[in-house]
Every structure is written in C-alpha cells, then in structure tokens.
Design a protein around this ligand. Structure first.
Ligand code: EPU
Length: 365
C-alpha cells in the first residue's frame, strides 16, 4: 500500500505542532511500495532537482518526534507505515548463545514503545530503560536514542536498509553503524541520501539482566538502599516494574506531545575536555556531570540552561518547559522561527555564562 499526497500538511507528522507543508508526502508499506515511490517520475524528478540544489533528495521521517521543520519542505518527505515484530533465528548463533539471547526483527514503522511493551510482556530484557521514548523503530536506530544508562545501539544486531543508489537491500551490522552519543552514520548526508531503514534486528536477553544504576530509577522503585549483590540474586524488581518506573519518571519530567508541542530534549549534552570541566567545577561545585572517558566529561545542558534563568520562561509562543529545561515547547501556535529564535538566545546565553557551545539534538530541517 502506498499513499502519495501533494502539498501535504505536516501538522499531524511533527510533535512540535508546526503547521507546515511538504511538496510531496509519500507513505509506504512494503519495500516494493517504496521502490515504486522512488521510481515515480514526478517524485524522481523532484528528488533530482533537490539534489542539484545541494540538498538531500528526500527526508525520511519516523513519527516526527525529534525534528523541527523550519518552514515548508520543498522536497519529498517519506514515511514507512510497516509495523511488526518477528522473532528471527540465525544459523550463526550458537545454541548456547541462543538460550540467552533472542533476535527480533522489527519493521521500521513500528512504534518504539510498542517494542518495549512487547519485550516486557515476553520476559525479554534490554529495551525496558528506553520505555516511552517517542518515535518509530527506524528513526530510533538512526538517532541512537538513549535514556537511563542505555542506548539503543547496545541492542542492535543489524540495521536493514534499502540502498537507493544500488536498488537493493543492504544490511549494516551494529558495529558498522558508527554509533556514538545520539550519533550514527545514517545521520550524515552521504548515507542519509542513500539508505532507508526498512527494519532493525534487535538482540534482547532472555536472562534477567537489569540496568538500575541511574539513581532516578532506583528512587522510583524504592530500592535506593538495596545493594547490587542483593538485587542480582532477587527476582524483584520485575521487568514490568522497571518499565513502569521509567514511564513514571518520563511522565513526571517530560511534556506529553499530545497536550503540548515538543520534541523531547532539544539540545545534546555537551562533552568537554577535562581541562574545561575542571575550571567549571571549581566555579560551580554543584554542577552535575558524567565521566565519558579519561579525558572527557559530559555536562547536562538542562542544568546550564536552568542556571541561565530560562527554566519555565517564554519567548513569544515558544517556551522552556518548567520541569526540564532541555525541552523547548510550543505554547500554542508557535511558528518555526519563534522556536529557532528561542534556541538561538539559549545557545548565546549558555555560551556567554559557561563558555560552552551547545548544539541542537533535534533535526532542524
Ligand atoms: N537538570 C537541571 N535542570 C533542568 C534539567 C536537568 O538541573 O532543567 C539536571 C538534573 O537535575 C540532572 C541532570 O541535569 O542532574 C540531568 O538531567 P536528566 O536526568 O533529566 O537528563 P538530561 O541529561 O536532561 C538526558 C537525555 C534524555 C534522557 C535522560 C535520562 C539527552 C539530550 N537527553 O537528559 O533523553 O531521557 O537523559 O537518561 O541526552 C531525549 O533525547 O529526547 C531525551 C529526553
């Protein structure tokens, strides 16, 4: 099944609630439908024209939960409608390993939280800390979504793509994806213009293996005082309890896009050299931080934005969420340029106060 809409409203396709249009919005179910779309003369012509202007030939969206359209999109927006979770077996997985891990092939249009719910119901460990992150499977694998000590790259066995240039399937092993903090090869123009994710093979654990080091999760579960060894030998908390705790934390801190337009964390947390960090911590002893490696430390952008006095403040109809400064919100009817202006002011203020340049995490298109 495929749906092609000309001059299509993107309002239902972006959680920021931007009332913008795409020259073409093409949605598809199967790889065959995708091929037909890419071969359609009108669409192929528009993609070629965009390329000649030095732009990407198309923009593929998931559920539009991590992007900001800065105006009408003059090219082709693609969206995958295929949903499904299938258990797969592989010949190269030894039987011993087979007892421990389960491979799931998830179609690109599947809601990520449906995958988390499926795994929690079927006793499959791995995705629970990533519960309730908005978005679809394909986008989650491109963005390398992460929360509470886990990144989706930890769970990815293969990313299966349609290679637009060669006209055939291409499979990237997880280690070939160039994963880093909110980073992958498919975020960069050369590969973004060439590969479309059609499904993702996830590697989840059958054996009990929880990641509870994030203090907020322990607090939400009321297990702050239970030692690691006791937790390891106990059957509590259960997988479902961890999923529910993560959902409670997220619901408490992050605005529901159905009620208030937003795209989750607007900025990335900057990673700085330790020389920069040492000078800052001397000045701000309470500054939260995470060790990245021997030479680098990550500083929460949300904390810096709050220190700049932006928490809960508005600029026009764009605002900074009152419970989490990393999230910019649409207070109602905000135009893209209002969000962009707020972003610019925050970046300037953080730079002036802390000498650190923060960068958007959302895709600004
Ligand atoms: N903080 C403040 N003020 C704020 C916001 C945060 O002081 O307004 C402080 C917190 O008290 C805490 C630290 O900053 O000490 C970090 O805050 P939090 O745990 O809420 O996480 P974050 O760094 O703001 C990141 C991810 C989130 C993810 C959480 C939990 C990024 C860009 N964001 O946020 O991901 O849910 O950690 O793991 O890495 C997203 O990507 O859309 C997203 C929500």
């Amino acid at each position: 099944m495929k749906k092609i809409n000309i001059d299509a409203s993107l309002l239902p396709y972006n959680t920021f609630g931007m009332d913008v249009k795409a020259a073409v919005l093409a949605e598809y179910d199967t790889v065959n439908d995708l091929r037909e779309i890419l071969n359609d003369p009108m669409i192929a012509g528009l993609m070629q024209a965009e390329k000649e202007k030095g732009r990407l030939p198309f923009w593929h969206i998931g559920s539009g939960s991590n992007l900001l359209f800065q105006g009408d999109y003059p090219g082709v927006v693609l969206h995958c409608l295929a949903k499904g979770i299938h258990i797969v077996q592989k010949n190269d997985v030894s039987s011993a390993k087979n007892d421990e891990i389960c491979l799931l092939e998830v179609e690109a249009g599947t809601l990520w939280d449906d995958v988390c719910a499926y795994c929690a119901e079927h006793g499959l460990y791995g995705p629970e800390n990533l519960s309730l992150i908005p978005g679809e499977m394909g986008a989650a694998a491109v963005q390398n979504i992460g929360a509470y000590g886990v990144e989706i790259s930890d769970l990815i066995d293969e990313v299966i793509c349609w290679d637009v240039e060669e006209g055939k399937e291409h499979r990237f092993g997880g280690e070939e994806m160039g994963y880093g903090y909110r980073e992958s090869r498919l975020k960069h123009a050369a590969d973004k213009a060439r590969y479309i994710v059609t499904s993702v093979v996830l590697k989840v654990q059958k054996a009990r293996k929880l990641r509870l080091e994030y203090a907020g999760i322990k607090r939400a579960l009321g297990i702050e005082n239970i030692g690691e060894t006791d937790l390891a030998t106990s059957d509590k908390p259960t997988l479902q309890e961890v999923r529910e705790a993560v959902i409670r934390i997220r619901e408490g801190k992050l605005p529901d896009p159905k009620k208030i337009g937003n795209a989750g964390s607007f900025f990335k947390n900057p990673v700085v050299e330790n020389s920069v960090f040492d000078a800052l911590i001397a000045q701000y002893p309470d500054m939260p931080h995470y060790v990245v490696d021997q030479n680098h430390t990550k500083i929460p952008a949300g904390w810096m934005i709050e220190q700049c006095g932006w928490k809960g403040k508005d600029l026009g109809r764009a605002g900074v969420y009152e419970k989490q400064s990393l999230v910019l919100v649409n207070r109602g009817g905000a135009k893209p340029e209002e969000i962009v202006m707020l972003c610019k002011k925050i970046v300037e203020d953080v730079e002036e106060k802390f000498g650190i340049h923060i960068e958007p995490e959302v895709n600004m298109i």
